[in-house]
Every structure is written in C-alpha cells, then in structure tokens.
Design a protein around this ligand. Structure first.
Ligand code: IDP
Ligand code: MG
Length: 152
C-alpha cells in the first residue's frame, strides 16, 4: 500500500483548520497510520524542502514553515500520493479548484495550508524525516473492504 506525508502548515494551525484539513483527507478512505505535532527547526525544514534550495521563495518558505508548530500525518492507501494531492489542490491556492483544501480555504501561494508528497519515493524519504519506523502503525480497519476492492 502506498503512503504519503501530509503536513498541516503553520497557517493551518493558526487558523484552526487542522481538523478540517485532516477530515477532508481522512474521509477519502485513506488511513491515518501516524500523526504528531512538531515544530520544525531550520535544519529539518531545509532537508524537507531541499529541492527548492536557491529558488526565490526558499528563504520565506523556511521562515514560514518553522514559524509555529505543525501537524505531520502519514496516510496510507491506494494511490495515496495522488489522492492526497487531488484533495489538496494546486500550489497556488487562488488557482486551486473549488472543492479542494487550498481552493476552498486559501488565496495565496505562500500560505497554502498543507503539504503533500509529490511521488511515492519522495513520500518515503519525507516520512523518514518526521517519523521513526516504530511510529508508523500497521493495523486493519473493518471498513477497509468497503474502501478498496482488493482489501476484501
Ligand atoms: P507543492 O506544495 O504544491 O508541492 P512546491 O512547488 O513543491 O508545491 O512548493 C513547495 C512549497 O513552497 C509550496 O507549497 C509553497 O508553500 C511554497 N511556494 C512554492 N512556490 C512559491 C512561490 O512562488 N511563492 C511563495 N511560496 C511558494
Ligand atoms: Mg512539492
């Protein structure tokens, strides 16, 4: 089963949207297998966003993401990366479609509420930055057979 890392970013925490954001992701059927609140330090932020090093928004991005505690969540399920990104919407909240987290709840590129891994390989790498293997729970739910055909 595929996994993805989601972060409720500082604006999501400050605006009291943590539950709303997790709820929208959870009700897709994706399963929460890990969750914690953590304040990212500069070192973790730079590792998490290393592919953006040198871009014009990088310094602001590190300042933003370290400005307040965040909530990190690992979600598991069929096509977890793609499903989470579909529910989140595109990077610029102003352009994200209505019905998505960013489209419904935001208007800005640099205040887009939520992070989601962009590929299964980057998800595994990012999950390793936030969680020890023992913090990822392996459990089944009685409802799984009603969410994924192959689970039944
Ligand atoms: P993504 O979060 O949709 O995958 P990325 O291109 O990976 O978007 O960018 C990572 C994060 O960097 C974005 O979510 C956003 O917080 C920030 N960011 C990206 N581009 C800009 C920009 O042009 N201005 C301000 N912040 C940006
Ligand atoms: Mg990205």
């Amino acid at each position: 089963m595929e996994r993805t890392l989601v972060l409720i970013k500082p604006d999501g925490i400050q605006r009291g949207l943590t539950g709303e954001i997790i709820s929208r992701l959870e009700r897709t059927g994706l399963k929460i297998i890990a969750m914690k609140m953590i304040q990212m330090d500069e070192s973790l932020a730079k590792r998490h966003y290393s592919i953006h090093q040198g871009k014009p928004f990088f310094v602001g991005l590190i300042k933003y993401i370290t400005s307040c505690p965040i909530v990190a969540v690992v979600l598991e399920g069929r096509k977890a990366v793609e499903v989470a990104r579909k529910v989140m919407g595109s990077t610029d909240s102003a352009a994200a479609p209505a019905g998505t987290i960013r489209g419904d709840l935001g208007i800005d590129m640099g205040r887009n509420l939520v992070h989601g891994s962009d590929a299964p390989a980057s998800a595994e790498k990012e999950i390793g930055l936030f969680f020890n293997p023992g913090e990822l729970y392996n459990y089944s739910r009685d409802i799984d057979k009603w969410i994924t055909e192959s689970a039944g």
